[in-house]
Design a protein around this ligand. Structure first.
Ligand code: BGP
Length: 479
C-alpha cells in the first residue's frame, strides 16, 4: 500500500511529539512540585476529566505515573533513533524547575534531569523541540494567585523561561511557549490553565472575560519570553503554538460563510496577536460592546508588537463545520455549534478526519501570518489491539498519516509554505490529555499499560513504526 510522496527538503525535521505530564510519571521525584495535571482524575466512558481541589488519597490520577518515561527515556530514545527521528518535541514540567512557581531560585535536580535528557537526545542525533507550558503549571499558582487571570503570573513565567533558556542555550534551539494557547475558547467547560472548576460559579460573560484576561497575560508573558530568549541566544527560535482546526461553513449560504469566518477569527486571534503583534479590531469592538475590561496597557501593546513569535507551531487533528446561529457577537463555543461534515469520516472519539484541511490550513496561516510553520502534533487516536502474536497491525493509523503527510507535502512543495518539520503526536503511547486514558493510543510504539496503569510497561513496535522509518529514510517519498 505504498504511495508516492513528494520529496521534502534535506534539513526537514521528521520527528515525534509528547508532553511531560502525559508520559514522565515520577510526579514526586527529583523535588518536583504538584502541577495542575497532577490533580486531574481520569475521565470515564466519554465523561470529561475532572479537575479536583487537590490530590485525593485514592483517586485515579493517570499523570502521576504516565509511562514512567522519567526512568526509561534513554531506552526509548534508542527506539526513536532506530525509527529515524530527527526531532523530538516534549515539554519541560514547570514544577520540576519551580515546584511552586513563585520561588526565586530553581530546583537544581529538575534542571539536571532535563540536561541529562537533552544530552541523551543529542547523542542519538535528535534535535529537542521544547514547549514551556504544555497544559500544566504549578498548582500552587492556581490556589495562591488564581492562575493566569492574575498578572503576577507573567513574572513567574518569564523567570521560569529565563532560567531554562539560559541553562539549555547550547542544547535547545526550537522552543514554544504555551501549548495550544487557543484551546481556551470553550470557557463554559473551563480549561485547566485557568484553573477553573471555579469558573463554573461565574456567568458566561464573566467567564468569557476572564478567559480573555488570562489569555492576554499569557500572550504578554510569551512575548517577553521571546525577548529574553533572543537576548540569551539570538539563534533561538521561539514559536507560538496553536490548535488548528479549520472551521468550514455548513453551506454556501452567505450567513454560514460569515459565521464560519467569524469562528475562524475568534478561534485564531491568538495567532493574530502573537504573529502580527496586535489585537484585531473586531475583538476590540466586541470587548467594548460587552463592557469587558481586559486591561491592555500601552506598554503591553508595545511588547506584543515588538516581540512577535519566530514561527507558528501548530497541532492538526480535524476540521469543524458550523451553521449560522444568528448571533452578532458570536458566542462561539466549539463544543456546541458543530455539525457533522457529510464528506468526512470520524475517529472513535468523533474527531472528523480531514487531510485536505491540513493543506487548506497551512495556506490560510501562511497568507495571514507570513511566518514559518512547524507541525508539532498530528495523529490518530485509536483502540489498538494486539493479535495472538502480540503484534499491533495499525493500518488505519498508517493510512491516516499517508493522507495527511501527502497534503502537507503539497502545501510545502507545490504551494511554497515554509515548514520546519513534522512531529506526529504521541509517537510512543501515552496518557490522553482529554480523557486521561491509556486506551486512546497514538503511538508507533506500543506501551503495555492499561487505563489503571496496570501492565508490564514493555515497549513494542507497531506496523506504523516500520512504515514511518521508511518514510523518513526516503525524505517523504515512500509514503
Ligand atoms: C492536543 C494536546 C496533546 C494531546 C493531543 C491528543 O490537544 O496538545 O496534549 O494529548 O491533543 O489529544 P487526546 O490526548 O485528548 O486524544
Amino acid at each position: 500500500m505504498t504511495k508516492q510522496g513528494l520529496k521534502m527538503p534535506d534539513n526537514f525535521l521528521w520527528g515525534g511529539a509528547v508532553a511531560a505530564h502525559q508520559l514522565e510519571g515520577g510526579w514526586q521525584e527529583g523535588g518536583k512540585g504538584v502541577s495542575i495535571a497532577d490533580v486531574m482524575l481520569a475521565g470515564k466512558n466519554g465523561v470529561p476529566r475532572v479537575v479536583t481541589d487537590g490530590v485525593l488519597p485514592d483517586g485515579n490520577y493517570p499523570n502521576h505515573r504516565g509511562i514512567d518515561f522519567y526512568h526509561t527515556y534513554a531506552d526509548d530514545f534508542k527506539l526513536f533513533k532506530e525509527m529515524g527521528m530527527k526531532a523530538f518535541r516534549t515539554s519541560i514540567a514547570w514544577t520540576r524547575i519551580f515546584p511552586n512557581g513563585d520561588e526565586t531560585e530553581p530546583n537544581e535536580e529538575g534542571l539536571q534531569f532535563y540536561d541529562d535528557m537533552f544530552d541523551a537526545l543529542i547523542e542519538n542525533g535528535i534535535e529537542p523541540v521544547i514547549t514551556l507550558s504544555h497544559f500544566e503549571m504549578p498548582y500552587h499558582l492556581v490556589t495562591e494567585y488564581g492562575g493566569w487571570r492574575n498578572r503576577k503570573l507573567i513574572d513567574f513565567f518569564v523567570r521560569f523561561a529565563e532560567v531554562v533558556f539560559d541553562r539549555y542555550k547550547n542544547k535547545v534551539k526550537y522552543w514554544m511557549t504555551f501549548n495550544e494557547i487557543n484551546n481556551q475558547t470553550s470557557w463554559k467547560d473551563p480549561h485547566p490553565m485557568l484553573q477553573n472548576s471555579a469558573l463554573k460559579d461565574y456567568s458566561e460573560d464573566e467567564a468569557q472575560e476572564l478567559m480573555y484576561l488570562a489569555s492576554h497575560h499569557e500572550m504578554v508573558a510569551s512575548a517577553l519570553a521571546t525577548k529574553v530568549a533572543h537576548e540569551i541566544n539570538p539563534e533561538m527560535q521561539v514559536g507560538c503554538m496553536i490548535a488548528m482546526n479549520p472551521v468550514y461553513p455548513a453551506s454556501s449560504n452567505p450567513k454560514d460563510i460569515l459565521f464560519a469566518e467569524r469562528a475562524m477569527q475568534t478561534r485564531y486571534y491568538w495567532g493574530d496577536v502573537q504573529a502580527n503583534g496586535k489585537y484585531p479590531n473586531w475583538l476590540l469592538k466586541m470587548w467594548e460592546h460587552k463592557g469587558f475590561n481586559i486591561g491592555v496597557t500601552e506598554e503591553d501593546k508595545e511588547i506584543l508588537a515588538k516581540y512577535t513569535c519566530d514561527y507558528i507551531g501548530f497541532s492538526y487533528y480535524m476540521s469543524w463545520t458550523v451553521s449560522d446561529t444568528g448571533d452578532e457577537w458570536l458566542e462561539y463555543d466549539e463544543t456546541t455549534n458543530h455539525g457533522d461534515n457529510p464528506f468526512l469520516k470520524q475517529s472513535d472519539w468523533g474527531w472528523q478526519i480531514d487531510p485536505v484541511g491540513l493543506r487548506y490550513a497551512m495556506n490560510w496561516m501562511w497568507d495571514r501570518w507570513q511566518k514559518p510553520q512547524f507541525i508539532v502534533e498530528n495523529g490518530f487516536g485509536a483502540y489498538d489491539k494486539k493479535d495472538e502474536n502480540g503484534e499491533v497491525h495499525d493500518d488505519y493509523r498508517i493510512s491516516y498519516f499517508q493522507n495527511h503527510i501527502s497534503e502537507m507535502e503539497k502545501a510545502v512543495v507545490l504551494d511554497g509554505v515554509e515548514l520546519y518539520g513534522y512531529c506526529p503526536w504521541g509517537v510512543i503511547d501515552l496518557v490522553s490529555a482529554s480523557t486521561g486514558e491509556m486506551a486512546k493510543r497514538y503511538g508507533f510504539i506500543y506501551v503495555d499499560l492499561d487505563d489503571m496503569g496496570e501492565g508490564s510497561g514493555e515497549r513494542s513496535k507497531k506496523d506504523s513504526f516500520n512504515w514511518y522509518q521508511k518514510l523518513v529514510k526516503s525524505d517523504g517519498v515512500d509514503l
